[in-house]
Design a protein around this ligand. Structure first.
Ligand code: HEC
Ligand code: HEC
Length: 441
């Protein structure tokens, strides 16, 4: 209730304040004088506004009259066609096997759709345009987005340059550097540019713009003129840069072999299970551990939590594997402890590396069998130049080399992509190497 009352009272109090203020104004004559001046200026402004509004109304009335005329013209034209025997909505004469739907397209309708231009120049309208005209039209219609020199404004597409970048990781693909056929430029621009005003360029303007884009790409001189006659002769920079896709002949056959559907692998054994524990470990992070494959070794989960929590001590793969691995089987308790410690240290690596069965590449390569292997040689991973160079120079990940690398990766190998500060404690380094060895070496 107080809310609705305030609506009533506020204007009343406000009004009172205004009356009081008014009284003060009249009490001061100088102030009254300047007030008159202000009011006179205001009246001037209001009159000017009124005049402008009237002008605008007049223009709009004229435009409406114009449009009305146009509608009448169109109606008259349609009436004339009908009078001449054309029935625009009449169904086509029914033929055997058809449903009498639609009508043959008018020639004009087909022409409106049939605008494609082919690499050999077929489909081009007669016309021409030179670089200088193109520069003007481009500045007027295209430069706001593509830049005065076709260099692209902000994130709008660049249309020129990029010639030596095609083999780079991040190539600049422009009309000049990348497009193999000039017809694509003509066709694309004529159909879809200026963005939001497609279809408003004349044929000559389009020739001129295309000539200017070639000029911006240093592909022609400033006196170049493009026309439907010399169009097909023009050879683009990247005309040989595309290859015909031969995969249907060369590769499909390879994939079409009868797949094996049963008893394909001689034998398979589950060697490990991944168990995700609900418990949050004291040091934070996830506590995913690898366990032996015995069912008895796995906890059961109930509403009260896991039936027991297995020690986060993954055993070496070989030990659990079917084939006998005599040496590993004789591992001392001390080694098992080191592996466990290493597993813990490896949490720091997990953001980028996977290890163990089914390990995939992440930011860093999968690390199965990495100890003792050639550096930079894991199949399918894209190494830095530095790592590739070390690989070619024959670097092998012995315990010592690996330890040096893991202690200070960036110092050990200038330019490595492994963005990791390093392990400060020698014990951690030793443990993680033993841990990695447990996945083969
Ligand atoms: C309002 C901004 C704007 C204007 C004006 C404009 N364009 Fe574009 N242009 C674009 C956008 C956006 C694209 C990308 C469209 C897409 O990828 O679908 C583009 C793409 C292009 C491309 C293809 C680039 C490529 O490599 O894929 C060409 C060529 C082009 N425009 C030429 C022109 C020409 C010529 C004009 C003037 C007649 C013009 N544009 C006017 C925004 C604009
Ligand atoms: C931020 C991501 C990241 C972290 C964290 C990280 N690495 Fe790496 N690691 C990489 C990348 C990327 C490479 C490839 C380096 C290159 O190509 O220069 C790499 C390479 C390696 C290599 C060499 C692989 C080979 O094929 O030669 C080893 C060994 C390695 N890392 C071990 C570790 C260990 C152990 C840890 C944890 C203590 C760790 N990394 C932490 C990203 C990481």
């Amino acid at each position: 209730m107080s809310k609705s009352l305030s609506h009533v009272f506020l204007p009343v109090f406000g009004g009172t304040a205004l009356v009081l203020a008014g009284a003060l104004v009249f009490a001061n004559r100088n102030f009254g004088q300047s007030k008159i001046e202000i009011l006179e200026t205001r009246i001037g402004q209001v009159e000017a506004h009124a005049a402008a509004a009237q002008e605008k109304a007049k223009t709009e009335a004229a435009r409406a009259a114009q449009l009305e005329l146009k509608v009448q013209e169109i109606q008259a034209a349609a009436a004339e066609r009908v009078a001449n025997g054309a029935n625009l909505t009449a169904p086509a004469p029914s033929h055997e096997g058809t449903y009498g739907l639609g009508r043959p397209a008018l020639e004009e309708e087909i022409a409106a759709w049939d605008v494609d231009v082919l690499p050999d120049g077929r489909g081009l309208p007669v016309g021409s345009g030179d670089v200088w005209t193109g520069e003007e039209v481009f500045a007027d219609r295209c430069a706001s987005c593509h830049g005065e020199f076709a260099e692209g404004v902000d994130n709008w597409p660049v249309l020129a340059g990029g010639f030596d970048t095609l083999a780079n990781e991040d190539p600049v693909k422009t009309v000049g550097s990348y497009w193999p056929h000039l017809s694509t430029a003509w066709d694309y621009i004529s159909r879809s540019m200026p963005f939001g005003e497609a279809g408003t360029l004349t044929a000559d303007e389009t020739y001129a713009i295309v000539a200017y884009i070639l000029y911006s790409n240093d592909l022609v001189d400033d006196d170049f003129e493009l026309s439907n006659e010399n169009f097909a002769e023009f050879e683009m920079y990247n005309k040989d840069g595309f290859v015909v896709d031969t995969r249907p002949e060369t590769e499909y056959a390879e994939w079409r072999k009868e797949p094996c559907m049963e008893n394909c692998k001689a034998e398979s054994a589950v060697t490990m299970r991944s168990v995700f524990l609900v418990e949050t470990p004291p040091e934070g992070g996830s506590n995913s551990v690898m366990n032996d494959a015995t069912v008895e070794g796995l906890p059961t989960f109930t509403a009260d939590g896991p039936s027991f929590i297995p020690a986060a001590a993954p055993k070496p793969e070989e030990e659990a594997a079917a084939e006998p691995a005599v040496q590993e089987a004789e591992e001392t308790d001390e080694a098992t402890e080191l592996v466990a410690a290493g597993a813990k240290v490896f949490k720091k690596c997990k953001a980028c590396h996977q290890v163990g069965e089914g390990a995939k590449h992440g930011t860093g390569p999968a690390l199965n069998g990495i100890v003792g292997a050639n550096a930079g040689s894991v199949e399918g991973f894209k190494y830095s130049k530095a790592m590739k160079a070390a690989s070619e120079a024959g670097l092998v990940w012995t315990d010592e080399e690996m330890a040096a690398f893991l202690t200070k990766p960036k110092d050990y190998m200038k330019g490595t992509r492994m963005s990791f500060a390093g392990l400060r404690k020698p014990d951690d380094v030793e443990a993680v190497i033993v841990y990695l060895k447990s996945f083969g070496s």
